[in-house]
Design a protein around this ligand. Structure first.
Ligand code: 2P0
Length: 326
């Protein structure tokens, strides 16, 4: 039977998603805003099969146990939502460096949603695909689109989905991101656990949610005005506020490592020298530098001189998820 293949790129949030109002449907407490990147992606094929159960191959290895059931549970959601009964053979390859702190769950669930729905014989609007991808992993709803993307929190399954900031999904702002791989160590607290603990216990959490509203309005204005300095300032501040909520949780936790602070100090040092560079961080110790596309190679070279043992990966704005054959 025909195979359907999709590609979806990773995204990095400038205004963070950090907490669910509804765990089952993955409805967040605040809108978030991300940039889809060109360099890192997941390629996933789905083939209709007559077997009684789905199968899943990841990076060439047949999966079983928890890894397989994560995919089959998500396919069960897709089947329940679309009325399909079709079982699928899924074959997925991550072109995302596993140690880079660039989570593959966003690109992974976005590509899986597109390929699977195509294999079910469905042609769904992208808003529906975004809603469905959200059920796998919240941030995956943003990887359906290219460029700057806002996840509108909505209030339920029907109203919570992502939408591109620019209708053509192009980015007019000259922006790049450099991922600094400060540690390849696996994180101790998954983002799913971390955000749940923070929502339930951190007295700082309501303040974070409130400040996301202000930050989102301000960053959208800065993007419109092509003011990268402002974009960087707001993104850096928003990421630090997200990480501050974790210190207020019970038990407290942090994704920062000593190497994280060294990398931040290097970015601050370049800033003091007049370079435009800011950072953001996700649920791990690695640091992503926000800078001008035109200056990215120069900034990477300056950072490499300060951090000689740190792997650095440069990425630019990327496209939305798409079927690459059908
Ligand atoms: C984000 N992160 O906005 C935030 C910032 C990490 C820090 O979205 O539980 O893997 O599957 O919905 O999407 C990571 O969380 O979590 C994430 P689930 P997800 O990019």
């Amino acid at each position: 039977m025909q195979t359907y293949t999709a590609i979806a790129h990773t995204n990095i949030a400038l205004i963070k998603y950090w907490g669910k109002k509804d765990d089952k449907f993955i409805i967040p407490f605040n809108n978030s805003l991300s940039l889809t990147l060109d360099r890192f992606y997941t390629k996933t094929s789905a083939q209709p099969i007559t077997a009684a159960t789905d199968s899943f191959v990841l990076d060439g290895q047949a999966q079983s146990g928890a890894a397989l059931s994560k995919v089959t549970s998500f396919l069960d959601i897709l089947r329940a939502e679309t009325g399909s009964t079709q079982r699928l053979a899924i074959n997925s390859t991550n072109h995302v460096p596993t140690a880079a702190g660039l989570a593959s769950s966003a690109s992974g669930f976005a590509a899986l949603t597109l390929a699977s729905c195509a294999a079910f014989g469905l042609q769904l609007p992208r808003r529906t695909l975004s809603r469905l991808a959200r059920r796998g992993s919240g941030s995956a709803c943003r990887s359906i689109y290219g460029g700057f993307v806002e996840w509108k929190k909505g209030q339920d399954d029907l109203t919570s989905f992502a939408t591109p900031l620019a209708a053509n999904e192009q980015v007019d702002l000259d922006i790049a991101m450099i991922a600094l791989v400060v540690s390849a160590q696996a994180k101790k607290v998954t983002s799913r656990q971390g955000m749940a603990t923070t929502v339930a216990t951190s007295p700082f959490y309501p303040a974070f949610v409130k400040s996301c509203e202000t930050d989102l309005l301000a960053i959208k204005q800065a993007i419109d005005a092509q003011d990268l300095e402002k974009v960087g300032q707001i993104a850096e501040s928003n990421a630090l506020k997200m990480h501050a909520t974790n210190l207020g949780a019970t038990p407290p936790f942090s994704y920062f490592l000593p190497e994280t602070l060294v990398a931040i100090a290097a970015i601050q040092q370049l800033r003091a020298k007049g370079f435009l560079c800011y950072f953001t961080m996700d649920a791990g110790p690695n640091v992503k530098v926000i800078c001008r596309g035109q200056e990215a190679l120069k900034i990477q070279a300056e950072l490499q001189a300060l951090l000689p043992n740190t792997e650095m990966l440069l990425a630019y704005p990327g496209p939305g998820a798409k079927i690459v054959n059908s």
